[in-house]
Each structure stands twice: as structure tokens, then as C-alpha cells.
Design a binder for this molecule. Sequence first.
Ligand code: TYD
Length: 203
Amino acid sequence: MTKGKLIAIEGIDGAGKSTIIKKLIELLNFHGYTAVCHQEPGTTEMGLALRQLIKSDIPRSKLTETLMFEASRADTSELVLSHELEQYDYVIMDRYIDSTIAYQGYGNQNSIKTISVLNDIAIGENKPYMRILIDVDMETAYGRRNKREQTIDSKDKFDYDYEFAKRVYDGYQILVANGELISVPNTNINETLQQLLYLICDK
Ligand code: TYD
């Protein structure tokens, strides 16, 4: 029997997701909950291999790229989430289905309908309990990203195309407007964490 809740945390590049998720896990532990976090793509061995391919310069069609993200997700869902949702109170996903809608759908202008179908196939029964957008404006995110050390892995080819980044940003806002994602502004980290805790476990 599943006891855990799957929480998906989303955001544009530079939204501050990773720092927030790390602190959120500490706070959940402090309140007595067990919690674990995974990053997409890259949770499983296959996911990591796919991540390297995705981040490489090897040419690929738009659909191929979408399917690579979905393949990584299917691997995570079947090999990790099914098991961990029985063990932990909370499994936090650093990016999940809405990333593919925002980046490959709105960003890369693939069919949102097709991606939704692929998302459903990839996650199977592991549907999120809550989908949250760490909401920052593009200028704030851009400033944060520039401060980051640019390792090969942190360099996203997506990062440098303003038009693409704007479509992704707008895509996330559409998902919020549709009531699919809950927006949590990241203006002050403590307030953001308080709001997340309240949403996730009523603390
Ligand atoms: P990553 O270094 O993990 O960035 P972040 O810390 O912002 O999550 O790189 C993941 C990149 O892959 C990021 O630019 C978003 C993109 N991505 C997609 O385009 N589609 C997806 O389905 C997922 C999960 C990520």
C-alpha cells in the first residue's frame, strides 16, 4: 500500500528549485516526516545515461528529445517511485511531467496533447499529489543563473535562447492559470519554505 505523497516541484532555469528542495527536505525531517528527492532527468542509471545524451550536442529530432525525457521518467517511475512511495512519507521530484509540457511543449512547440499522453504512459500510477511552480520572473532567474558556476552539466543549451526561455516561462504561467500548477513565489526563501510546508503537510 502506498503511503507516500509525490510532490513535483517545477520552475524555469534559475528559479532556485534546488536550494529550496534541499531545505524543504530538512524541514520535513524536522517535523518528523521521511522524505527523499530525485532530479529529472537522471534518477536512475539509465536516466543518468540519457541525461548525458540529452545534454550532448548529438543532433536529434524534437520528438526524439521528448521521448528521451519520457524514457528517463518511465525508468524513474517504475524502478524508483513505485518502491519509494511505499517507504517514504514524501517523494519530492525536482522536475516531473510539467517540465516536458513547459520545455518540449511550449518551449519547443511540440503538441501539448501528445506530451500529456506520453506523460501519462511514462508515469503510470505514480501521479503527483501536488504540482508546484517555484515562481520567479525571468530577470531574477537570469541573474541567479549567471551567478552559478558554469560547469558542463549546468550549461543548458536552452539557457541561451531568450525566445525559448520566454515560451517556457509563459508555458508554466499557463499551467498555473489552468489550475494545474500551484504557484509559490520565490521572493524570500523563508516565506517560500513556509508556504511549501503549509501546502504539503499543513505545518
Ligand atoms: P538541470 O541541470 O537539471 O537544470 P535544473 O537545475 O534547472 O533542473 O537540467 C535540466 C534541463 O532539462 C533544464 O533546462 C530543463 C530541461 N528539461 C526539459 O527540457 N524537459 C524535461 O522533461 C525535463 C525533466 C527537463
